[in-house]
Design a protein around this ligand. Structure first.
Ligand code: COA
Length: 155
């Protein structure tokens, strides 16, 4: 498996893969909006390839007050539980920890599988934003930290 920076031709596949999967189905977020999210100029998109074809991706936002945010991760259903998600998160952490001592992400309150994976990887729930995207479901903000900013030395 190889992880590489995505290009414009990857946007379509990423948006389509998300649109066909939970949590985005339950959240009612469609392909058109997801295409804009994935293609946003201030994000970094990385694709995991298996045998030369995309199998999953991760979208990072390195700007803003809480620097180092994993905005989205999605692995194609045909390739789940093969360790690709874990590899993509490790790749994102390596990238983010160059700039900041924190990695943030959000997980939907109904997405127990993803939350379990993040907790296993050292993420802690900071709090819940109730009714954040749709009424009845919350978003849990999670953080993995290497320590306070004061002690952080940018590489
Ligand atoms: C969550 C996800 C990115 C993990 O990627 P992966 O390649 O399947 O993960 P890995 O093989 O490295 O690790 C397996 C773990 O992923 C989680 N997982 C597996 N299938 C999942 C699914 N369909 N939905 C959510 N989480 C899942 C589980 O925690 C699993 O561990 P378990 O043994 O405790 O069940 C992937 O399952 C996925 O794309 N799910 C749908 C989209 C999603 O929920 N994205 C996260 C939004 S915050």
């Amino acid at each position: 498996m190889e992880v590489r920076r995505a290009g414009i031709r990857d946007v379509e596949w990423c948006a389509r893969t998300m649109a066909a999967s939970d949590p985005w189905l339950t959240l009612g977020i469609g392909e058109q909006r997801l295409r804009k999210t994935v293609a946003a100029a201030d994000r970094e998109l990385y694709v995991a390839e298996r045998e030369g074809a995309p199998a999953g991706f991760i979208l990072l936002c390195l700007a803003g007050p809480f620097t180092g945010y994993i905005q989205t991760i999605c692995v194609h259903p045909d390739h789940r539980n093969e360790g690709i998600g874990r590899r993509l998160i490790a790749y994102a952490e390596e990238r983010i920890f160059r700039d900041s001592p924190n990695v943030f992400l959000c997980v939907s309150s109904f997405n127990g599988g993803a939350r379990r994976l993040y907790e296993r990887l050292g993420y802690e729930v900071i709090g819940e934003m109730k009714d954040y995207l749709v009424r009845g479901h919350g978003e849990l903000l999670m953080r993995k930290s290497r320590g306070p900013w004061k002690e952080f030395r940018a590489e």
